[in-house]
Design a protein around this ligand. Structure first.
Ligand code: 0WD
Length: 259
């Protein structure tokens, strides 16, 4: 029997087969979860339609979601309400910043670029949890998780405005964990090491980040979306029942290193 048998899990942020969210969806599927998947726009829906054929169980719902649009969040909550009263697992795997804000000096970040990165990459977690509060509460023991990166606490050249957004995201995880703990809703983050995805390709210097992991991390190997998927299964399962407000590093141990 799978670790997530009988659980309903929403996974956001699948852009293509390289997406971290796809690694998570596959791991959840393997463990017997009932999946709800979202896509950002029609172009990405086509990718998702092809990918879901690889799952052992068809998703119970595939729906659009633009996290920057409150109407879209409300519409998603309604669609979810049509298929289930309870949502056991919620995965936030969404981030965006302007290309020009992901290279050069952080100093040059515009007000607009800063707001955009914060809105889509950090505030969206709170917006999503707010929109889905009822089904999460109904689950009794729900688990929410967000994807983050160590650029939140250390300077990773070029990560810039996204590092600041990830700091806000990780802080949001802690405040939400406090707000929702008494309702049985846990909120955690997974801080993944660098993985070559569509979003990562937008950050100048991803190749050197991948190279650094192999050179300097205790486990001298880059991580995969499958590694993140397995950690997500743990956070979604009862085996992590007393863990909340935590940032779990899945980075081959890179974060413990000084020199
Ligand atoms: O090295 C990496 N790849 C790491 C990624 C290391 C550590 C953390 N992360 C984080 C990212 O910051 C993000 O939060 O993992 C999460 C998932 O990112 P990913 O899997 O690396 O990237 P990708 O496959 O591109 O998925 C992110 C998706 C978007 O894709 P594109 O590249 O088309 O922007 O986030 C979605 C979109 O599908 N997205 C949105 N979804 C709903 N509403 C929105 C939006 N407004 N904007 C972006």
């Amino acid at each position: 029997m799978g670790l997530l048998e009988g659980k309903t899990a929403l996974v956001t942020g699948i852009a293509n087969k390289r997406s971290i969210a796809w690694g998570i969806a596959r791991a959840f599927d393997r463990e017997g979860a009932r999946l709800i998947l979202t896509y950002q726009n029609d172009r990405l829906k086509e990718n998702l339609d092809k990918l879901v054929g690889d799952l052992s169980n068809a998703p119970i719902l595939v729906a659009p979601l633009d996290v920057s649009d409150d109407g879209s969040l409300t519409a998603l909550a309604e669609r979810i309400g049509d298929v289930t009263d309870a949502l056991d697992v919620l995965v936030h795997s969404v981030a965006f910043a302007k290309g020009e804000d992901l290279s050069g000096r952080f100093l040059e970040t515009s007000r607009e670029g800063y707001h955009l990165a914060q809105d889509i990459s950090a505030y969206s977690l709170t917006a999503l949890v707010r929109a889905l509060y009822e089904p999460l509460k109904n689950a009794g023991r729900a688990s929410v998780m967000a994807m983050t990166y160590q650029g939140s606490i250390r300077v990773m050249p070029n990560y810039n405005v996204m590092g600041v957004a990830k700091a806000a995201l990780e802080s949001s995880v802690r405040y939400l964990a406090f707000d929702l703990g008494r309702e049985g809703i846990r909120v955690n983050a997974i801080s993944a090491g660098p993985i070559k995805t569509l979003a990562a390709a937008g950050v100048k210097g991803i190749s050197s980040a991948l190279h650094s992991t192999v050179e300097r991390a205790p486990i001298a190997e880059n991580i995969t979306t499958e590694d993140v998927g397995n950690a997500a299964v743990f956070l979604a399962s009862p085996w992590s029942e007393r863990i909340t407000g935590h940032v779990l590093y899945v980075d081959s141990g890179f974060h413990i290193m000084g020199f």
